[in-house]
Design a protein. Structure first.
Ligand code: 5RP
Length: 224
């Protein structure tokens, strides 16, 4: 089975978390594209969606789903998004699509974060996928030098400007054995807007699409 079909299966399985008449958070990427298409096709009557990127906003509008500002939506019950890597504790690397800052904000504002991936994304230790870091443009070289001190090899993602007007460094060569500590450390570097590590706020549910269909991993809930 190809990766696209596995992503589609995970997206279909996530529909069971959607409650009609609610505003939900929606992420960014090719897996989420499937989710939005499934939402549109099944005509599930959600009240609207808070979108994590201009790309997802365009797609949502195409499917006639209202896009709602997070400042007026109030707390969200559900956020659905993909990831670039996930470990078995549901900690994630995100930001391959450069939407990490808005994704992190929506995840923080949501009660339940359902992450949908194909099985190639599930790893024992995060870091094979280069870790995206969104930076204020004038701080890019300074932040890069600090990331080298942490043992990484930052590469400037040339030609990419985030929806917030910032730039991305992709950090290669990190073996992330303590994701929470690394997230905190990188967050402390002046000029960093967001690091694409989701350990402080991991997913609550991970739906993995594979050859045998989907499997769901739930994190013991600390939040109520
Ligand atoms: C965007 C993201 C995406 O969730 C991540 O890149 C996964 O993308 P895809 O579903 O296309 O594999 O973090 O910033």
């Amino acid at each position: 089975m190809n990766a696209a079909r596995k992503k589609q299966l995970a997206a279909q399985a996530a529909l069971s978390y959607v409650t009609e008449d609610e505003v939900i958070g929606i992420g960014t990427g090719s897996t989420i594209k499937w989710f939005i298409e499934e939402l549109g096709a099944r005509k599930l009557r959600i009240r609207g969606a808070v979108s994590s990127s201009e790309a997802s906003t365009t797609l949502l509008k195409h499917h006639k789903i209202d896009v709602v500002d997070l400042n007026t939506s109030g707390p969200l019950s559900l956020y659905v998004d993909g990831a670039d890597e996930a470990d078995h504790h549901l900690r994630l690397i995100k930001g391959g699509g450069a939407a990490l800052t808005r994704e992190k904000i929506i995840a923080a504002a949501s009660h339940t974060f359902v992450c949908i991936v194909d099985d190639s994304k599930l790893v024992d230790v995060l870091g094979q996928f280069p870790l995206p870091v969104e930076v204020i443009p004038m701080a890019r070289s300074y932040v890069a030098r600090e990331l080298v001190q942490l043992g990484g090899r930052p590469i400037y993602r040339e030609g990419v400007i985030t929806d917030n007007g910032n730039q991305i460094l992709d950090v290669h060569g990190l073996k992330i054995v303590d994701p929470l500590s690394l997230e905190n450390t990188i967050n402390q570097i002046t000029g960093v807007v967001t690091v694409g590590l989701f350990a402080k706020r991991p997913a609550d549910v991970l739906i993995v699409g594979g050859d045998e269909g989907t499997r769901t991993i739930e994190r013991a809930k600390a939040r109520s």
